[in-house]
Design a protein around this ligand. Sequence first.
Ligand code: RB5
Length: 148
Amino acid sequence: MRIGIGNDHVAVEYKKVISEYITEKYGYEVVNYGTDSTERFNYPESGKKVAEAVASGKVDRGILICGTGVGIGIAANKVKGIRCVICSEPYSAKLSRQHNDTNVLSFGARVIGIELAKMIVDNWLVTEFEAGRHKVRVDMIGKIEQEI
Ligand code: RB5
């Protein structure tokens, strides 16, 4: 599994800790699309890069981190084929995989502590999409993209 990771200036250290955690625990390759500088950085740039990498299949899934996780997650959701969950707790992370087949996860470095972030990442990475009735709904989301 290849994970694309993106962040803004607020989440540089946080991104490094999460990247190492994923590599060490799961052995997944983590591809860095974020900034490594604490100079102001506009989060849509990194959100778009990760989202495009997921949509094109360069990476399997994406993880985004900014101050709240909100802006960078909204940017990712503008890219066709992206279903990004912005969440602060493991329950939504898990259910977003089971029911919504989310392919990008976003959270906020200023909102949650690093240990809670690891729990969210764990739940999101290991949970499979249940498909069935949920696939009908996810397909409906995809159709909205085709209409606009
Ligand atoms: C940066 O100050 C902040 O706006 C950004 O990290 C994020 O929280 C936006 O949604």
